[in-house]
Design a protein around this ligand. Structure first.
Ligand SMILES: Nc1ncnc2c1ncn2[C@@H]1O[C@H](COP(=O)(O)OP(=O)(O)OP(=O)(O)O)[C@@H](O)[C@H]1O
Ligand SMILES: [Mg+2]
Length: 484
């Protein structure tokens, strides 16, 4: 359905006061001949382009010439100078006389790059000429009007564009110019080619970083409210805001979804992040997704059954690509078990969705078995008995982590173990309950008498008392018939 504006288009910018003032400050300084390079980073969908749009609007209103170039995800073969061909193309359209002055710029005009350099020297010379030409045309342009040059999505940039950006930012002296380059921080894995460049760029005097954090809870709610425009009940609004964890794109997707389940489109986007990983890494992430937002190393080792080196290799890949982050041990988590956390709860949910039914119940059952191992015998720190699995869609429609204690998942109470003499007993009962939950899962849903434990739970006093057999015993023979 073409022509249907994407949800969120046209709504005012929510939050971002600090970032907007950094942008305005840079524009004001540039207007008086003090150039700035701004490196804006942030996760996919957090709002970088939305802030760029804000900067463009403010710059245009202040009489700046605005030039925007975008890198594209062209997989392996990144097209040389792609964002700068867009910039020079736009400049050639508005100020052809300026571009004509700098012949080397013809290489950046459509069709200009066809002629491959014969030797490396010629290529390097050619490159230097292009770099110089871009710098000079910007010098000429900013002599007459201040300018904002935007280079979007540098995480997809080609080598030449990275080198040219470095060249320009290292030669900002007196131009009435702001150069704003954006990139996705969650795309920058350990060996990403942009990393070494960023560490060089931030050392340049005129370069500033803008690290875009997710919106805070209040701002997320405000955004969701604006997006929903009165069409969603308050309770659901709050749930969506919470689940988005301040990521504007996720908030939009969740608001436009018809139910609480993760919209398919969003699952696709999220799962695409792990599709390039090894099969082992993907399996480890699926297993981890059952444990919850937080998963312990020992839990993963115990449930995956992988040899240490294979497991570590898989976790290293997931951490290097920002799907998991190494999490500090939960305070009071016995055995102080190291763990990992999914970078975004929706990422975990989407990966959980990828589990096949058989795989899902097998992994749940394995966790439940581990949870049932009284402290000391099972892998320590794997889980704190008593806070076991809660399978099945919770109130808010998403799958809930299998365990919320200590190592396996992060319970709000940080997996504190019941202290004192009764501790052990309580734990044991909870362990039994956990095992029961395992059994329950096979049996399906929760105690329909609203006691909160799964059907078939062995340890529930309430349940036992409510059991017809028990009541019959209490009441005598007559009741038995009644019970059926
Ligand atoms: N602060 C905000 N207020 C209102 N809407 C916002 C805000 N931030 C982002 N949005 C909206 O959320 C959506 C996602 O934001 P945006 O495209 O800017 O993310 P991004 O960081 O550029 O993502 P990507 O890395 O995928 O390019 C857009 O529709 C955008 O308009
Ligand atoms: Mg963007």
């Amino acid at each position: 359905m073409t022509g249907v504006a994407r949800l969120g288009v046209g709504i005012e910018l929510v939050g971002r006061r600090h970032e907007v003032s950094a942008l305005s400050g840079a524009l004001e300084r540039a207007a008086v001949g003090r150039p700035t390079g701004l490196l804006m980073s942030g996760d996919a969908g957090v709002g970088k382009s939305r802030l760029v749009a804000e900067a463009v609007e403010r710059a245009a209103a202040a009489g700046f010439t605005v030039l925007v170039g975008r890198c594209l995800d062209t997989a392996e073969s990144a097209l040389p100078y792609l964002p700068f061909t867009e910039v020079v193309g736009a400049l050639a359209a508005t100020r052809p006389e300026l571009v004509a002055e700098h012949v080397a710029l013809r290489h950046l005009l459509p069709g200009g790059l066809a002629r491959a350099a014969a030797t490396v020297e010629q290529r390097d010379l050619g490159q230097l000429q292009v770099f110089d030409a871009v710098l000079s045309v910007l010098d000429d342009l900013t002599a007459s009007t201040p300018a904002l040059l935007v280079v979007e999505d540098m995480h997809w940039s080609d080598r030449s564009s990275r080198d040219l950006l470095f060249f320009l930012l290292s030669r900002l002296t007196g131009q009435r110019l702001v150069v704003l380059a954006t990139h996705r921080s969650d795309d920058l894995h350990r060996r990403h080619p942009l990393r070494p460049l960023l560490s060089e760029l931030v050392r340049l005097p005129q370069v500033e970083r803008i690290d875009l954090r997710p919106l805070d809870a209040g701002e997320s709610l405000e955004l969701v409210r604006l997006l929903a425009d009165g069409s969603v009940p308050e309770a659901k609004l709050r749930r969506i805001a919470k689940r988005s964890e301040g990521n504007a794109f996720f908030a939009e997707e969740l608001v436009s979804a018809s139910s609480d389940r993760l919209p398919h489109g969003l699952v696709e986007v999220l799962v695409a992040r792990i599709e390039g990983f090894s099969a082992t890494t993907q399996r480890v992430l699926r297993i981890g997704s059952v444990a919850g937002r937080r998963v312990s190393h020992r839990g993963l080792a115990a449930v995956s059954g992988l040899p240490d080196d294979e497991l570590e290799q898989a976790l290293r890949e997931a951490v290097a690509h920002h799907v998991l982050v190494a999490a500090d041990p939960e305070p009071g988590t016995f055995g102080a078990d190291d763990g990992y956390q999914f970078r975004h709860a929706l990422l975990r949910e989407a990966i959980y969705h990828e589990l096949l039914p058989g795989e899902r119940s097998r992994v749940h059952a394995r966790y439940a078995e581990l949870l049932a191992v009284p402290g000391g015998t099972g892998p320590r720190g794997v889980a704190e008995p008593g806070r076991a699995a809660e399978p099945g869609p919770p109130r808010d429609g998403g799958p809930r982590p299998a365990a919320r204690a200590g190592g396996v998942g992060a319970g709000r109470d940080g997996g504190r173990r019941p202290r004192g003499p009764r501790g052990g007993a309580v734990a044991r009962r909870a362990g039994h309950r956990a095992v029961a939950r395992g059994a329950g899962r096979r049996g399906g849903g929760r105690c329909r008498r609203g006691h909160g434990h799964p059907v078939g739970g062995v340890g529930c006093e309430q349940h036992r008392r409510s059991r017809p057999r028990h009541r019959a015993r209490q009441a005598g023979p007559r009741t038995r018939r009644g019970a059926r």
